[in-house]
Design a protein around this ligand. Structure first.
Ligand SMILES: [Zn+2]
Length: 232
């Protein structure tokens, strides 16, 4: 997820540089507004908040996301500094370990992060499956089978070749779906199909995920195993 957003951000930076060089400030504004609304707000922030809020403070996945967010915060302040002169400088003051006192003194170095082609293809497949499952989740919500995605167990059937490539990334797909349980198996259809039911077990009081291991740790009877080890 962090590599995905840094790749998207690098593309944004390239577009912004081209727009500034052509004095097309409206294009900068449009591109940044779109990035903030879609990639950042609707996707990235929504999908990484679980690991930020619930994983152990020093868990590698959490640190990775913090690193990406630090990079994004700096870059966005710098991109916007010619347009939002004061606001970007005020935001800059809140960035830990910022390289200069003012954003206007900092050199702008583009991130230039690009994922290799196989990774781009893999993520396209993950997002395709996500889109299909989200509509099934939405139906389940409307019919009151579940309240929200975290209440759900999702059973996905995939064409066997797709299953082979996505199986090692089950945790990533589960994070993309923001559901509590995910089962993947081979199906006969040419495309992904999904079945949504109420998740097994009980709801963890800390992370709100449903899990069959809630209560197994006597010291933390209301927590799932993941949370019990995170606060240990
Ligand atoms: Zn938990």
């Amino acid at each position: 997820m962090d590599r995905w957003i840094l790749d998207q951000f690098s593309a944004l930076e390239a577009d912004v540089q081209a727009a500034y060089e052509a004095y097309e400030f409206h294009a900068v504004y449009q591109r940044v507004a779109q990035f903030a609304a879609v990639e950042l707000s609707a996707l990235y922030h929504d999908l990484v908040k679980d690991r930020l809020y619930t994983e152990a403070a020093n868990a590698p996945r959490r640190r990775s996301t913090q690193t990406a967010l630090h990079r994004l915060a700096q870059g966005l302040c710098q991109i916007l500094s010619p347009i939002l002169v004061f606001t970007s400088d005020e935001a800059w003051e809140f960035i830990p370990a910022r390289p200069t006192a003012s954003v206007h003194e900092a050199l702008w170095r583009r991130t230039r992060f690009q994922r290799p082609e196989p990774e781009v293809t893999l993520w396209r497949s993950l997002f395709d499956v996500r889109e299909k499952v989200l509509s099934v989740l939405e139906h389940a919500r409307q019919s009151k089978t579940i309240g929200k995605a975290l209440d759900a167990k999702v059973q996905v059937k995939l064409p066997s070749e797709l299953l082979r490539s996505l199986q090692p990334h089950q945790d990533t797909l589960m994070e993309l779906l923001n559901c509590s349980q995910l089962e993947m198996s081979a199906g006969d259809e040419a495309t992904a199909t999904a079945l949504v039911s109420k998740a097994d077990g009980a709801k963890c009081e800390r992370c709100w995920h449903w899990s069959v291991d809630v209560g197994r740790n006597a010291a933390h009877p209301l927590l799932c195993a993941r949370c019990a080890s995170a606060i240990a």
